[in-house]
Design a protein around this ligand. Structure first.
Ligand code: PXP
Length: 238
């Protein structure tokens, strides 16, 4: 059964809508852990549109499962990760204009830069995951970079699913790429756009280590509370 990492960014998004102090993403993380999640995920963006530096510092002190910091390779953000020392860093592409992370990291095109950051983070004892599209070239470059983990971007799968179209091709790709990653000795995770409706086939992929889910859980939490939303997702994955 894959582990569940809960991305709490959107709790902070609500707070930032008013630039106030509530709701507190750090408190949200504690509720998620109490409800049985296996890790807390947050993305410290250059524009700090959701979690900020103080949140990250508090999360480092309070998270009792695992703290997974999503981050770009921007030097300022890399320095912060090197100071905070999350359990894991997930390197993602970041573009200021985007609403959310669009597409995976192009490890092939940015190989040297990414390899350097991976080495720096690993040297500090931070596990490193690369958020990539499920493509053989990206998987190979990820392996060559020294990262021990990849997270496959499931955004395309989610889009096909929500359009009501046939997801079998995209699922087969995710399955094949997971098998290939495992064969190469990588830990394989997946995330982005996963919901209560579309998560099951991805959770059933053999060897899938962890699913990282944010938007759908926080959306449900608005109606049922964050503990209930996390428990429901955890039960589904089980
Ligand atoms: N994994 C990564 C690497 C992400 O960047 C995100 C979005 O921040 C997620 C998972 C979660 O995506 P969603 O909010 O669509 O569940």
């Amino acid at each position: 059964m894959p582990r569940l990492g809960v991305n709490i960014d959107h709790v902070a998004t609500i707070r930032e809508a008013r630039r106030t102090f509530e709701p507190d993403p750090v408190l949200a993380a504690a509720f998620c852990e109490k409800a049985g999640c296996d890790g807390i995920v947050c993305h410290l963006r250059k524009d700090r549109r959701h979690v900020n530096d103080a949140d990250l510092e508090s999360l480092k002190k309070t998270v009792t499962t695992r703290l997974n910091q999503e981050m770009s390779v921007d030097p300022e953000i890399v320095d912060i990760a090197c100071r905070i020392l999350p359990d894991q860093a997930t390197i993602v592409p970041e573009n200021r204009q985007e609403i959310t992370t669009e597409g995976g990291l192009d490890v092939v095109a940015n190989f040297q830069k990414i390899k350097k950051v991976v080495a720096k983070l690993l040297g500090l004892g931070i596990e490193v995951s690369l958020f990539i599209d499920p493509e053989p070239e990206q998987l190979k470059a990820s392996l060559d970079s020294g990262a021990g983990t990849v997270e496959f971007h499931t955004g395309k799968y989610a889009l096909i699913f929500s359009a009501g179209n046939d997801v079998s091709g995209e699922l087969a790709l995710l399955r094949d790429m997971t098998a290939l990653g495992l064969k190469k000795g990588l830990t394989v995770c997946a995330g982005h756009g996963l919901t209560y409706e579309n998560v099951l086939p991805v959770a059933r992929i053999d060897g899938m280590h962890e699913l990282n889910i944010g938007h759908s859980i926080i959306s449900r939490a608005v109606f049922v509370g964050i503990g209930e939303a996390v428990r429901k997702m955890k039960a589904l994955i089980k």
